[in-house]
Unconditional design. Structure first.
Length: 304
C-alpha cells in the first residue's frame, strides 16, 4: 500500500534493480491481476508494478470519487510514489484512457504509453456487440444500474462473475492461464463485491461522459508529445478495431500492432505476443521512452 490521498494497493511484480518502471493500469471492473499473465515476460528489462484504481481490487474509495478524474489523480500521485523518474504507463481499456489523460495532465511524470485495447474517445466508435452495449446502457441509468448490478451480484458466484467477464473480453477464455483465472476468482471472493459494483457504476458513468465530450479529449491526445505503442485485439467486441485504426491515423509517434483472433485483453489471452510487441517497441520507437525512464535502449529480450 501507498498513500495517495488515501490507501492505494498495488502489486510489485519485480524486475532488475534500476530498471525503468512500468505501471500496469487495469480496465473497468478489473484489478492488478489483469497483468499477472504477461508479467513474467516483462520483468527481464522493466520493473513492473500494477495498481488498483479507486474502488477496484484492494484499493478502497476511502472518500475519494472513483470517476475518471479521481483515477487520473490517483495514477499521477502513484507514479510519483513508485519512481523518482518518469514511468511508462501501460493501460488496458478504461486504464488506457486513464493512462493517456495522466500523461496529458502530468507530462513530466510519463515517459511513454503502452495502450492495450484502450477506451479512447473517437468521433465514430463503430459497431459494438449488442450484449456489451445493453449492459453499458443499463449501468449508466441512475437507479436502474444499481438494481441491475445488485440482482446480478446476488445470483452469481465469484467464479461465475470472473468467467462471465473473461467470456466477454476474450475470444477463447481457455487461453488465459489457469492459475491466473484462479487468482481472479480468489480476489473476487475476498473483496467487498457491493462496494466494487458502486465503484464500477461511478467509473462507467464517468467514462460515458468523457466519451460524449470526444472533441476536447481528442485534442488532448493530439497534443501528447511522447511515444505510444497501441496493441489491439482484432476481434475486440468492446472497442472495435476500426476505432483503433482511426486513432493511429495521422499520429507519427503512434505505433499500432494488431493481434489476430484475440479480444479485448491481449495481455491475458496472448501474453507472449503482447510482451514480444512491447520488447520490439523498446528496441525501436519506444527506446525514447525507455531512455527517459532511465533504462538501457540496447537489445535485452524479455523472452528467451
Amino acid at each position: 500500500m501507498v498513500d495517495v490521498g488515501g490507501p492505494v494497493h498495488y502489486l510489485d511484480f519485480g524486475g532488475p534493480e534500476g530498471a525503468p518502471v512500468l505501471v500496469g493500469v487495469h480496465g473497468l471492473g478489473g484489478s492488478h491481476l489483469n497483468w499477472a499473465a504477461v508479467a513474467p515476460y516483462l520483468i527481464g528489462r522493466s520493473h513492473l508494478v500494477a495498481v488498483d484504481l479507486l474502488g477496484h481490487g484492494r484499493t478502497p474509495t476511502a472518500g475519494r470519487s472513483p470517476d475518471i478524474a479521481g483515477h487520473v489523480d490517483l495514477l499521477s500521485g502513484f507514479a510519483a510514489e513508485v519512481s523518482d523518474r518518469p514511468v511508462i504507463l501501460m493501460g488496458n481499456s478504461l486504464g488506457g484512457l486513464v493512462a493517456t489523460l495522466t500523461a496529458s495532465a502530468a507530462p513530466d511524470r510519463v515517459a511513454g504509453l503502452i495502450l492495450v485495447d484502450p477506451a479512447l474517445p473517437s468521433a465514430r466508435l463503430g459497431m459494438v456487440h449488442p450484449r456489451v452495449l445493453s449492459n453499458f446502457v443499463l449501468c449508466c441509468m441512475p437507479g436502474v444500474g444499481e438494481r441491475y448490478l445488485t440482482a446480478r451480484r446476488n445470483r452469481t458466484s465469484a467464479e461465475q462473475t470472473v468467467r462471465r467477464v473473461l467470456s466477454t473480453t476474450c475470444v477463447d477464455p481457455a487461453r488465459v492461464p489457469a492459475e491466473v483465472v484462479d487468482a481472479h476468482i480468489a480476489l473476487t471472493e475476498a473483496v467487498d463485491r457491493e462496494a466494487g459494483d458502486r465503484a464500477y457504476l461511478a467509473s462507467a458513468r464517468s467514462l460515458s461522459w468523457v466519451m460524449a465530450r470526444s472533441g476536447s479529449m481528442v485534442a488532448r491526445i493530439d497534443a501528447l508529445d511522447l511515444p505510444v505503442l497501441h496493441l489491439h485485439g482484432a476481434r475486440d467486441r468492446l472497442v472495435p478495431l476500426a476505432a483503433a485504426r482511426r486513432m493511429a491515423e495521422g499520429r507519427p509517434n503512434w505505433k499500432l500492432e494488431v493481434a489476430r483472433d484475440i479480444g479485448h485483453a491481449p495481455m491475458l489471452e496472448t501474453p507472449a505476443w503482447t510482451a514480444l510487441r512491447i520488447d520490439e517497441w523498446f528496441d525501436g520507437a519506444g527506446s525514447i521512452a525507455l531512455s527517459r525512464a532511465g533504462g538501457s535502449t540496447g537489445p535485452e529480450p524479455a523472452i528467451g
